[in-house]
Structure formats: structure tokens, C-alpha cells
Design a binder for this molecule. Structure first.
Ligand code: TXA
Ligand code: MG
Length: 320
């Protein structure tokens, strides 16, 4: 485990040697490697056990690096970069000729973002080029939001983890596809559709199911090991509750209802009632509930208004 400025220097050294290093971002921990070194990129796929046709997001030090990795860059990309970077927004653009297909999973497009975590920024500035970084979990496992979760998942498979504390957002970046006629959100995240529309001054599409058929954007990526079901407050009554379940709720009513049914407080994880606070705790809570080794996880259905889109998207996928 690496820490502080010495940790940053060591991480940069390892990355220059073609190794994989897990780095903190403001969204989730990423497993980074030199994006212009195909062997280094290959080590990411090996460490994660991820199929090599799944595209990786390339993290760059600043928007000035866009032209190295992408071509035919529309003005919408410059506007979003100016407004949202560094931050939890990934732009899909046409890849440049020099960008390797190893990093794009064979696609002609590339995902790019400037992350906001100070330690990742420090690594990028010292490294001076792009770092490919998918979430730092084994293929199909939940994304890690703390350095300890990365160690649990990838210990022995990667060179090092740089500890940057718990992630600020806890959910992966919003992905906007700018390669079509109309900008399209293909993964909901911390930056909302309204924010993207406000910056661009035009309508932005957001397919309800986000099931744009790109390898790597599949439901199974966001599932805990324990089967998960969603239930409304009304459904969480005595007759319908499964045996040997763990609970993840947010409302005080649900808590009162479950305690009245005789459940122990440690079987009930209570999340914040606001979407940002809830999102931040979501993966860590699913990890914790998995550790209980119950037969099933019951999740209280959160509100469905648009501020909850990213949370509901991850929960829908967690149900599978
Ligand atoms: O917040 C995040 O975006 C985190 C942190 C580490 O930056 N990264 C992340 O990477 O979530 P990953 O690999 O777990 O998810 C990236 C997803 C891919 O699964 C794929 O669906 C989509 O981004 N993606 C990447 N490049 C793409 C491309 N060229 N075309 C379409 N989709 C792409
Ligand atoms: Mg992932």
C-alpha cells in the first residue's frame, strides 16, 4: 500500500516500468497502466480477468491532451471538458490514429476523462501522458471505493495500491457519447443529464436501460455475490420477507417496520436519504452485505426521480 507524495513518486516509477497500479479517483478506484504501452495495458486485462474486447477509459492530465488521443473532436467536447474537468465525466470520441486498439478494445472510439482526485492528478502530471484505468475490481465484481477493497480483490495480482481514502462519489463517471448526431449518455453517473444539457444548450439522449451494446457495459458487472431483490416499503411486511436476508434501506419508516418484525439492527444497513450520499455508500454497503453471507439481500426501492438515476441504474444492474 502506497501513501502520500512518496507513494505518488513510487506509483509513477512503477507505471513507467509498465506495471499496473491501483489509484484513487473521485468516483471509484481505478487500475492504471500506461495507455500507450500495449504490454502494460495487457496486464490490466490479466489482473482483472477481463475480456480484451472491453474498452478502457484513458485518464489524461488535462484537456490539452485530448488531441493526442482523439480526432474529429466536436466543439461539444471542448465545452464539456471546460465545464466538468477535472471531474466525473467521460467523453466518447473518435480515436486518433496513434491510439492503440489494445486500449479501445478494438473500437474506433475512445473514452477520455480528467479525474479530480488530487493523488491521481499528481500521478498524471508527473507521468505526463495517458493512463488507462478501469475500475480496480476483478471482472464482474463490485467496483471498489476504498484502498482496502482493492487489496481484498486484487492483492497479489497488481504491483501496488495508492491509498487516497474513501472515494468522494462512490459511483463510476457519467459517460457521454459525442460520436453520433445527438449527444447521448450511455452510463448515468455523478454528472446529471440536466448538467450536460445546460452546458451544451441542446437536448441530450439518455436511453432508459443504458444498454448500448458495447462489451463491458453489461449488467453482470455491478452485481454483489448474494442475490439481490428490490422491495417497496409496502412490500416489506411480515408475510413477504424472505428467510435469512440482509437489508439495505434508506427510510426511517422501513427501519421501524423491520425492527418491529423482530430483525436485529446489525442485519439492517441504513443509507442516506439523499442521492449523492446514498451513491457514495452504495458499493461499500453491498460489499459489507456480501460479507454477511445471507441467502438474499433486500433493498428498499429508492425514489425514482431523475436525481436518483445513477443510483437506480446501478441497483437495476445489481438485481440482474
Ligand atoms: O469513474 C470511472 O469511469 C472509473 C474510474 C476508474 O475512472 N472507471 C470505470 O472504468 O468505470 P470501467 O472500465 O470499469 O468502465 C468503463 C466503461 C466500459 O465498461 C465501457 O462500457 C465504457 O466505459 N467504455 C469505455 N470506452 C468505451 C468506448 N470506446 N466505447 C463505448 N464504451 C466505452
Ligand atoms: Mg468497472
Amino acid at each position: 500500500m502506497l501513501r502520500g507524495s512518496e507513494g505518488v513518486a513510487r506509483a509513477v516509477e512503477l507505471l513507467h516500468q509498465g506495471e499496473c497500479v491501483a489509484l484513487p479517483t473521485e468516483t471509484v478506484y481505478g487500475l492504471a497502466a500506461d495507455a500507450s504501452d500495449d504490454d502494460a495495458v495487457g496486464r490490466i486485462f490479466t489482473a482483472k480477468g477481463r475480456p480484451t474486447n472491453h474498452p478502457l477509459i484513458v485518464h489524461i492530465p488535462s484537456a490539452e491532451h485530448l488531441d493526442h488521443w482523439a480526432t474529429d473532436i466536436p466543439s461539444s467536447a471542448r465545452l464539456l471538458a471546460e465545464a466538468c474537468w477535472p471531474g466525473p465525466l467521460t467523453l466518447l470520441l473518435r480515436k486518433s490514429a496513434s491510439t492503440s486498439y489494445a486500449v479501445t478494445g478494438g473500437l474506433d472510439t475512445i473514452g477520455l476523462r480528467v479525474p479530480a482526485h488530487p493523488l491521481f492528478s499528481a500521478v498524471l502530471v508527473a507521468f505526463g501522458s495517458g493512463l488507462a484505468a478501469p475500475s480496480a475490481n476483478r471482472y464482474k465484481a463490485l467496483s471498489p471505493t476504498s484502498a482496502e477493497q482493492v487489496v481484498d480483490c486484487l492483492d497479489g495480482r497488481i504491483a501496488a495500491v495508492l491509498d487516497g481514502g474513501p472515494c468522494e462519489y462512490g459511483l463510476e463517471s457519467t459517460i457521454v457519447d459525442l460520436t453520433g448526431e445527438v449527444p447521448r449518455i450511455v452510463r448515468a453517473g455523478p454528472v446529471s443529464r440536466q448538467q450536460v444539457q445546460a452546458v451544451l444548450g441542446c437536448p441530450v439522449e439518455m436511453p432508459e436501460e443504458h444498454d448500448v451494446i458495447v462489451p463491458g457495459n453489461v449488467r453482470a458487472h455491478y452485481q454483489p455475490r448474494t442475490p439481490l431483490i428490490m422491495a417497496s416499503l409496502e412490500e416489506m411486511t411480515g408475510e413477504s420477507l424472505p428467510a435469512n436476508a440482509g437489508y439495505m434501506i434508506f427510510s426511517a419508516q422501513a427501519r421501524a417496520q423491520l425492527l418491529a418484525l423482530g430483525l436485529a439492527p446489525d442485519e439492517i444497513l441504513q443509507l442516506p436519504t439523499d442521492p449523492v450520499g446514498y451513491g457514495k455508500r452504495l458499493y461499500a454497503s453491498l460489499h459489507a452485505l456480501d460479507q454477511l453471507e445471507r441467502d438474499v439481500l433486500v433493498v428498499e426501492q429508492p425514489p425514482t426521480d431523475e436525481t436518483w438515476t445513477a443510483v437506480n441504474d446501478r441497483l437495476r444492474r445489481a438485481v440482474g
